[in-house]
Write a protein that binds this ligand. Structure first.
Ligand code: CA
Ligand code: CA
Ligand code: CA
Length: 416
């Protein structure tokens, strides 16, 4: 703690930090410490002479209104001469420029010991502050020049540092278009990359708004090889078809007569193989790769009547619209009229409209902050191959739960 004789200090400082000279002289003459003479306060400040009276006063000549730091000092001292510099005052950022009073004055700890060679700035003037070092940022994944085959769900990751502050956020860009923002380490995003060449950069912004952009890296996503069927095998009425190529999942269609139209692709598998019963004299099989697909639109209509194993009696209803692009499902689901506040909501599967299945996707993070008896779920999720297969096969449904109907109050199958 500093111990300062205010009279002595006032005199030795008079050439370099002179506040209210006349009042100070009067004060000495009267033999008291005048309330308005504050050179002694300048001298209680670490490196106080660098800005003199302007540490505390709006006017650099002293007197008149106090700035924010001067007000903080005044709140401690009142009109007394008590020592005021402390760790607590050092920790404050009185002028709100992002740097603590102690940092600005070269005594970050507030213990009265200054750091030699410090560039002192004014703790009472927001325009006077240390130069802010820009952050640095490096993309750590994917490695530059990475080439993968779709489906390409992989993380983009960066490290970011700021030598004189903190990282406020890291943004990721693909060809200059923002693809996501991460506010805290680890700075990573899971991304469903489309086929093509991606030029990725990361931009880090520090706590004072300075930013830096990483060196770009290139990621190339190739389309899968075409699906090629191998020779089928028939064993005891079961036809096994295998194939190569594609990225999956696979849409499998079959028909018994080559002259008939294909019947649609309700059978969706993730393996490169399927076994089908053969009841007639012939079966024709067509396999399509769904690794790169979309946009495909789906809808769902939710009601109590759709609940299984038994319908429930609820006035609640809901509708959902869904878009699948490659592996990413974007959705907007609205519901209303529930008999109680919803307490959970999921996309379930794989199950047909008369079956039940476990949750695949928790919709709670997408409810806009809170469940209600009415509300919305909007957002997007990246699907696993199995989830995508269930969706493409018409084997997923939305289910919203309430306290009155714990197994689900309204439900709707997601269909094309
Ligand atoms: Ca400050
Ligand atoms: Ca300042
Ligand atoms: Ca900085």
């Amino acid at each position: 703690m500093m111990s300062v004789n205010p009279h002595y200090r006032s005199h030795v400082a008079s050439s370099s930090a002179l506040c209210s000279t006349l009042l100070l002289a009067l004060g000495v003459w009267l033999g008291t410490v005048p309330a308005d003479a504050r050179d002694f306060r300048v001298l209680q400040l670490p490196n106080g002479n660098a800005f003199g009276c302007a540490n505390c006063h709006v006017s650099p000549a002293g007197g008149g209104p106090r700035n924010a730091f001067g007000q903080a000092v005044g709140a401690i001292t009142g009109s007394s001469a008590v020592p005021f510099w402390s760790a607590a005052l050092a920790a404050l950022d009185s002028d709100g420029d992002g740097f603590s009073n102690g940092f600005e004055l070269g005594d970050p700890e507030g213990d009265g010991t200054t750091i030699p060679g410090w560039t002192v700035t004014n703790p009472g003037n927001a325009a006077s502050k240390p130069a802010n070092a820009s952050p640095t940022v490096t993309l750590t994944a994917p490695a530059d020049g990475t080439t993968v085959t779709a489906p390409a769900v992989l993380e983009v990751s960066a490290t970011a540092t700021d030598t004189d502050g903190t990282i406020a956020q890291v943004e990721f860009f693909d060809q200059g278009t923002l693809i996501g923002t991460v506010a805290a380490a680890p700075y990573s995003l899971l991304v469903d990359w489309s086929v093509g060449t991606h030029t990725l950069t990361a931009r880090a912004t520090d706590n004072l708004g300075a930013s830096a952009t990483s060196t770009p890296v290139t990621l190339t996503v190739l389309a899968p090889e075409p699906v090629t069927l191998s020779a089928p095998s028939l064993t005891e009425g079961l036809l096994t078809v295998t194939w190569t190529g594609g990225g999956g999942p696979y849409l499998v269609e079959q028909k018994a007569d080559l002259g008939q139209p294909w019947g649609g692709s309700s059978l969706v598998v993730t393996d490169r193989s399927v076994t089908l019963p053969v009841t007639g004299g012939a079966v024709f099989v067509r396999v399509a790769d769904a690794a790169v697909i979309g946009p495909l639109e789906f809808t769902a209509g939710l009601s109590g009547a759709n609940e299984r194993p038994e319908p429930v009696n609820s006035p609640g209803t809901g509708t959902g619209s869904f878009t699948l692009q490659d592996n990413t499902l974007t959705f907007a689901i609205t519901y209303s009229g529930l008999t109680a506040t919803a307490n959970a909501a999921h996309i379930h599967g794989p199950a047909g409209s008369d079956e039940n299945a476990q949750p695949l996707i928790d919709l709670a993070p997408f409810n806009g902050g809170a469940f209600g008896t009415a509300g919305t779920f909007t957002g997007k999720v990246i699907l696993t191959a199995a989830q995508k297969a269930a969706l493409l096969g018409g084997r997923t449904y939305v289910n919203i739960h309430t306290g009155n109907f714990g197994a689900g109050e309204i439900r709707g199958q997601i269909v094309r």
